[in-house]
Design a protein around this ligand. Structure first.
Ligand code: GDP
Ligand code: MG
Length: 386
């Protein structure tokens, strides 16, 4: 069946047609051959969205949201991408840019006609506009830390001395017996990974060998890998056996947790009498029994809070990619500098330079003025057919 999509209301804004075929590989490849013989070629990665962008159907932020929507691993990440696809942030940033363009016209007039002066009152208003813009752009930039976690998830190392219940915890969070659990210390030697979704948070859990001094050459490598995993993790789950007094190895684990950007201390085996008091000040300490499934909900809440994803709105207000973050930071800094320069009483052309930098950065963000190679780079990362 051939379906025709005529006119400018299509995704790309161009005439389109869709062929719907029976799924047999033979029919598909024969049809493709026939099309190629007619001079048709296959679309490049991201070509449809690229055309939509070039034809003005989508801004660049919206086009990037398409990629986010395709890659979304949680409903919340999809919600944020869909919100951005609808253009809320993109058009707002375009408005801010327009405001700066108007402001720059004022300074330009003074640069071109030095006899003109900006009235003190007007100057005051411009400084205020610049500061407010800086603040607003900075706020959007600040959402990147959480937005990145929303999009990419967090690598999370489960750290602890042997036998505290790390593998049992991995299995409890994964919901099936992923790792081998025995009462023999040193059971886990290689690193075991499992992706676990906790609400908006996608955790790449890494179960590691227990931290201890060992002569076993294989376990030794496992312990080194565990330390490395902890270093590279965005979040450390430090597991302590609550039914036994703290050991030096436990203190070592807590020290590693302190050095991580995010840490949740898990006091496990709460089904037995408690023997430990965590000596250090950690914002998240949760008592659980991994084996009996007690306290897991509390732990999940702590993980969400620790990742910054608790209570957040997932309607498109978070930016999720480094390109956008970098452009926003540049724009915010330039606005701040322009406001300061104007406040100190620098010459209009000095202020103008900073305002122009901000305008350029925002234009890159929304795609209103962006280099060809940057556009190519963005769409190259799309999949074919999107
Ligand atoms: P790992 O070496 O840290 O990975 O520890 P494992 O997950 O292999 O568990 C070591 C032992 O502790 C096993 O016998 C588990 O059944 C036991 N264990 C794990 N979690 C709990 C718990 O919450 N309560 C009790 N009583 N035992 C547990
Ligand atoms: Mg283990």
């Amino acid at each position: 069946m051939a379906v025709q999509f005529p006119g400018d209301k299509t995704y790309t804004g161009e005439n389109m047609a869709e062929l719907q075929l029976h799924g047999s590989p033979a029919v598909l490849s024969e049809t493709l051959s026939a099309l190629f013989a007619l001079g048709v070629r296959q679309a490049n990665a991201g070509e449809f969205t690229r055309r939509a962008f070039l034809n003005g159907k989508l801004g660049l932020m919206e086009a990037e949201a398409v990629a986010d929507l395709i890659a979304a691993q949680t409903l919340e990440a999809a919600g944020n991408a869909a919100g951005q696809l609808s253009g809320t942030i993109g058009s707002h940033m375009a408005e801010i840019r327009q405001k700066l363009v108007a402001l720059s016209a004022h300074f330009l007039a003074v640069v071109d006609y030095p006899d003109e002066e900006i009235e003190p009152f007007q100057m005051q208003q411009m400084i205020q506009t610049l500061s407010e813009t800086a603040e607003e752009v900075q706020q959007l930039y600040d959402s990147y830390e959480t937005g990145r976690i929303l999009r990419e998830g967090l690598p999370c190392a489960i750290l602890g001395r042997p036998n505290v219940g790390k593998s049992t915890l991995l299995n409890a969070l994964a919901g099936f017996d992923r790792a081998i659990v025995t009462e023999i210390p040193g059971t886990t030697r290689d690193m075991i990974e499992e992706v676990v979704r906790i609400g908006a948070l996608c955790l790449r859990l890494q179960d590691t060998a227990g931290l201890r001094d060992t002569n076993d050459p294989v376990e030794k490598i496992g312990v080194e890998r565990a330390r490395l995993a902890a270093k590279n993790a965005g979040l450390v789950l430090a597991v302590i056996d609550g039914s036994q007094p703290l050991t030096d190895a436990d203190l070592d684990v807590l020290k590693q947790a302190k050095e991580s950007p995010r840490a949740v201390v898990v006091v496990n085996k709460c089904d037995k009498p408690t023997e430990v008091q965590i000596p250090e000040d950690f914002p998240y300490i949760v008592s659980i029994s991994a084996k009996q499934g007690i306290g897991l909900d509390k732990l999940k809440t702590a993980l969400l809070e620790c990742a910054g994803l608790s209570g957040a709105a997932f309607d498109g207000g978070m930016i999720t990619n480094a390109r956008q973050a970098e452009a926003l930071l540049r724009a915010a800094d330039a606005c701040k500098q322009a406001a300061e320069a104007a406040y100190i009483g620098f010459s209009p052309d000095a202020v103008l330079m900073d305002v122009e930098t901000a305008i350029a950065a925002l234009g890159e963000l929304t795609g209103q003025n962006v280099r060809e190679d940057i556009i190519s780079d963005i769409f190259r990362r799309f999949c074919v057919g999107k």
